[in-house]
Design a protein around this ligand. Sequence first.
Ligand code: AMP
Ligand code: GLY
Length: 437
Amino acid sequence: MRILVLGSGAREHAIVWKLRQSPLASKIFCAPGNAGIGQTCELVNIVPTDVKAVVGFALKERIDLVVVGPEGPLAAGVADALEEERIPVFGPHRGAALLESSKAFAKEFMHRHGVPTARYAVFTSPEQLEARAFLRHVNYPAVIKADGLAAGKGVIIVETEAEALDTMDDIFSRRIFGEAGARIVIEEFMDGEEASVFAMTDGVDYDVLAPAQDHKRLLDGDRGKNTGGMGAYAPARIVSDKIMEQVRKEIIEPVLKGLREENRTYRGVLYCGLMIKNNRARVVEFNVRFGDPEAEVVIPLLEGDFADLLLRCATGKLKEVMPLKNFDACAVTIVMTSQGYPDSYETGKIIEGLDTFDQKKEIEEGLAVFHAATKLDEHGHIVTSGGRVLAVTAVGYGDELKTTITAAYNAVAQIGFDGAYYRSDIGNKAIPKAVPA
Ligand code: AMP
Ligand code: GLY
């Protein structure tokens, strides 16, 4: 199989890393990739949202499977365009990718198909008077969300009506989210604990991966700013068998059925962002791709041939390899960021210590250093090129989360760059009576 992976983060590095372990994968390309991904496959200088360029490359290189990492290309219709050329693609069509690219669509879809989520209302910018009246009667805190893709920043939790009105002005008048804020969703605040469940699907059949928990806040103890994710671990015990059963019956199955009824083609992975309280899960959000950093823990845990699995999802043949199996193991990933992330930060810092890791040895030892934002400078050094720089994963066999966390931090300690920052408590909340880090 000749495979093209779209994207450039640690999630895509984990995808390529797993594909490389498949005897079916004869050639792997990644567009545009990063310095770490470039050590393991051929990089292609194409912007993933440039649908025409992606299709052209896939035809020219006789690609057998395209795996789409991020949501942008899916919202731009890359899966639709590839399928028109009969190129199998892991990732939903644009009409199904709306589950992520429009929060208003996602809420209305959940409402149509009876999927449990927070109560909500949708307003467009000409409906500001109605929105103001609505905000007078909601309970606080409440949540205001920009409808469109806003790079994970489009969600604001407001404590008072005054703050809510201010936020609405920011979005509608000051247009802080641009076109993504042409519509807003106002919704009930849900408390509880968050977790992520991933359903691999060919549109008809599906199975779930190990449930995971992300750590979205910048600082230890889940304090500080929201980020793209500072670390993750799996399996997340908070998603008990009972809750997983509820998620299957009340969330995943109605969503897949609803998508089929509405003729929205979905072959790929459905990310269910959940809020769990009193042993019940409700949907916070859907994404139409793997989570990042969750991918860096759920993919290494998965047993079996990954290229075969993704191709089966893309071609409607998932059933024959179900149920999916995980290693009897747990995984932890620690994200190393540039100082100042998620606000402004410097890039171009030389990363030391990477050469102590070698891919073959890594797999034997249960370690993997996934690159999130790195590039080669003119002297051939690997340097930082973004906010989240690396995701360092450890896999521990058996159920030893605590020793796996230690192994991940030991690996992190061997890597350094100017201003490197990471949280020191990833996974701790899952250890019964953990000693605070
Ligand atoms: P989203 O982009 O929809 O995932 O929202 C980003 C983050 O905001 C989520 O991971 C939650 O932590 C938080 N959030 C979103 N919606 C709600 C809600 N209705 N209640 C509480 N927290 C929320
Ligand atoms: N881990 C959050 C996300 O991928 O959206």
